[in-house]
Design a protein around this ligand. Structure first.
Ligand code: BGC
Length: 380
């Protein structure tokens, strides 16, 4: 009796083991047989701060990702944040992503991270602002010295038209920026300053006979609240301010808001902004900002991802040769800028350059031609 019961239990156990083995075997067989697509390539683009400017870069990143069928991830800190940028980059290096584009807020601090990524076989490029001391493969973005220079030429012209530039006059020029380490900020300010100083010497009506008082640069660390407070305090201390320069995208709007709050009539201070975004267009339309330098940041995102992808597909050297004019001697791709105002203006600067300022409508048409949706730029 007992023997019979034991052998019955044993039989049940054996049958159960056989069934489990068959099910597991089939599952393993199915797992290896099921066709799976190759895992998607992952590319990372690291920006500098939350702003409509960067949303346009992101749109370019996403568009390239869609076209290529890859994962194109865009990341920004809320305001200038060097440690957050670098720890994010480090974690993506550890994940062995297929390529990284970064806009380093501090090129010196970013250099070891950029080089580390490259040493581990990950292509790394810079966009928007460069880190030329690093081994980054290429910089894709605005030529910022030149762009700042253009801003300075326009500021001089507009100030002259207003009657502020006269022999023996004193003019006050203030610069508000979001970084004192990022190269784009430093280059823009240098270009702007040199342009105004050159104009003061070369303008035949002035010949150096003018006193220029430089205020700042004031650093708001890409924080709009700080930018507004700084602009307000500069205006309070200098009600006779002649020229205000908004070095980063939200600096122009911060100046405009401060001018409005402090009761300045639109156009009294010559405000020149950077960028054409939903944040920068209203100060132009209201007359507080008189011109802006429009970057083509959509292409920093779009071509950034495309170039990194080509590097993984055709090899780094081949991709760079195809993409960068003059490579390997040249490792910079200038995405270009446009000068924009509410109306079309043409003039010859005292430095001899012929300058064309596009109206908002002309700029909208240009954006459409380039394949950028104007509503992304705040132009409806
Ligand atoms: C600059 C960026 C900056 C952005 C935000 C742009 O003009 O190119 O580096 O992060 O403004 O304000």
């Amino acid at each position: 009796m007992l023997y019979k019961a034991i052998s019955k239990t044993l039989a049940v156990v054996i049958v159960a083991i056989v069934i489990i083995a068959i099910v597991a075997g089939v599952a393993i067989y199915m797992y290896y047989l099921t066709p799976r697509g190759p895992t998607k390539l992952v590319f990372i683009v690291i920006g500098k701060s939350v702003h409509p400017y960067w949303s346009v870069v992101e749109a370019g990143v996403k568009k390239a990702g869609q076209e290529l069928g890859v994962d194109a991830i865009f990341w920004v800190p809320s305001k200038e944040d060097v440690p957050a940028q670098l720890s994010t980059m480090d974690s993506y290096i550890a994940q062995k992503v297929a390529g990284i584009a970064i806009a380093p807020s501090d090129p010196g601090a970013a250099t070891p991270y950029i080089n580390k990524g490259l040493q581990q076989g990950i292509p790394v490029i810079t966009i928007d602002t460069d880190a030329p001391q690093s081994n980054r493969l290429v910089y894709l973005g605005t030529g910022n010295y030149k762009a700042g220079w253009l801003a300075g030429l326009v500021a001089w012209q507009l100030a002259k038209e207003k009657g502020y530039i006269k022999p023996g006059a004193t003019i006050k020029v203030a610069m508000l920026t979001g970084s004192l380490t990022a190269m784009n900020s430093l280059e823009r300010m240098a270009g702007f300053k040199h342009a105004i100083m050159n104009c003061s010497v070369k303008d035949p009506d002035i010949k150096g006979n003018i006193n220029i008082v430089w205020l700042g640069p004031y650093n708001d660390q890409e924080d709009p609240t700080q930018a507004l407070n700084l602009a307000l305090s500069v205006l309070q201390a200098n009600p006779d301010l002649t020229i205000a320069f908004g070095v980063y995208a939200y600096d122009g709007p911060a100046w405009a808001k401060a001018l409005k709050q402090a009761g300045f009539p639109p156009g009294k201070v010559i405000l020149v902004e950077f960028d054409v975004t939903s944040d920068n267009v209203p100060p132009l339309v209201e007359g507080y900002a008189l011109a802006t330098i429009g970057q083509r940041q959509y292409f920093m995102g779009y071509y950034g991802v495309k170039l990194l992808y080509n590097m993984t597909k055709y090899g780094v050297e081949q991709a760079l040769k195809q993409f960068i004019p003059g490579y390997p001697n040249n490792k910079i791709y200038d995405t270009g800028v446009d000068i924009v105002s509410t109306k079309h203006i043409e003039f010859t600067a005292p430095t001899g350059e012929k300058i064309i300022v596009l109206s908002l409508d002309e700029y909208k048409t240009l954006a459409q031609k380039l394949g950028i949706d104007p509503s992304l730029l705040g132009l409806s």
